[in-house]
Ligand binder design. Sequence first.
Ligand code: IMP
Ligand code: MG
Length: 173
Amino acid sequence: MADNINVLISQEDVEKRIKELGAQISEDYEGKELTVICILKGSLYYASELTKNISVPVFMEFMRCQSYGSGTVSSGDVKVTVDTCSDIKGKHVLVVEDIIDSGNTLSRLVKLLKEREPASLALTTLLDKPERRETAVDVDYIGFTIPDAFVVGYGLDYDEKYRNLPYIGVVEA
Ligand code: IMP
Ligand code: MG
């Protein structure tokens, strides 16, 4: 049975905001080259739309991470299941996330990427759910701050479904 999805942020509003972020990033990186790391799978649509709106030269990289159970002591590990193709040492890196919830995944990823000695490391997320934060993360560019609800679309999934919705929606309980 299909779930009922309520629109939270329309396609028009999502894309308008991404244009603004692209313009801001273009200004901030003027005269530089940018290595964008798209975190799979959820950030695919955001990274794609964002990079179309960035005017400095962009090099696209992809990573996929899996974090281990949050209830155990050893949960500090993040397992990289897909890694970048080229070395980020000395590069200006922008990590593109779909959503920050607890912040655990991204904070571990940042730690790992810093060890690779990029020239600079910045973060962007399309959506931020600050109410759910467990680990602080410094995010440079935020698309939308949203309340604590489970959202889908624009790359975000519910059991791998709904990634291809062109808007952000909430699955009705
Ligand atoms: P966290 O910040 O480590 O808790 O995890 C963030 C990841 O959890 C995101 O990259 C998403 O894959 C997933 N996630 C968190 N909240 C949602 C949601 O509302 N919808 C879909 N995926 C979510
Ligand atoms: Mg996910």
